[in-house]
Design a protein around this ligand. Structure first.
Ligand code: ZN
Ligand code: ZN
Length: 150
């Protein structure tokens, strides 16, 4: 059971935002790597004038879209950005005004791996933490194996 040190404001609660989707800031001190990764993967996007709910590393939430647009980028999603590098994530942004999307790959979060490396009799594999949506793998955790090299 995760302990949260932040709770949603009434406005956030009205939008269906729970403590679980406030991001890593809402986590108490006694969290596991899996809980931290889960929080980094399931936060709800914030308005461009509000701080992003991701951990902040390499985030361009709220920055201007481009010279021809008055809008700001909204950080919409963060998910694993590599098959085998467990600290590599990818980001999904969308402009609040023109709707143009922007993706950022190769975001490295050394303190927030999205899984862990384990070894068993079949060799090395990566266990994806529960609730992490890996784009190459599926929706809810699981195990990735390299092609059978033991
Ligand atoms: Zn962000
Ligand atoms: Zn724009």
């Amino acid at each position: 059971m995760t302990t949260f040190i932040l709770q949603p404001t009434p406005d956030e609660a009205a939008l269906g935002i729970t403590a679980e989707t406030l991001g890593v800031r809402a986590l108490g001190p006694d969290v596991t790597p899996a809980q931290r990764a889960h929080a980094e993967a399931v936060w709800r996007p914030a308005d461009p004038g509000q701080p992003c709910r991701c951990s902040g590393t390499d985030c361009v939430h709220g920055q201007p879209c481009d010279d021809d647009c008055d809008g700001s980028l909204v950080h919409r999603d963060r998910y694993p950005g590599s098959l085998w590098e467990i600290t590599v994530w990818a980001d999904d942004y969308q402009c609040s005004h023109c709707g143009v999307g922007a993706d950022a790959c190769g975001v490295i979060l050394p303190d927030l791996p999205w899984g862990e490396i384990a070894t068993d009799e079949q060799g090395k594999h990566i266990v994806i933490y529960e609730g992490i949506r890996h784009p190459n793998f599926g929706n809810d955790g699981g195990t990735l194996r390299s092609g059978g090299d033991a």
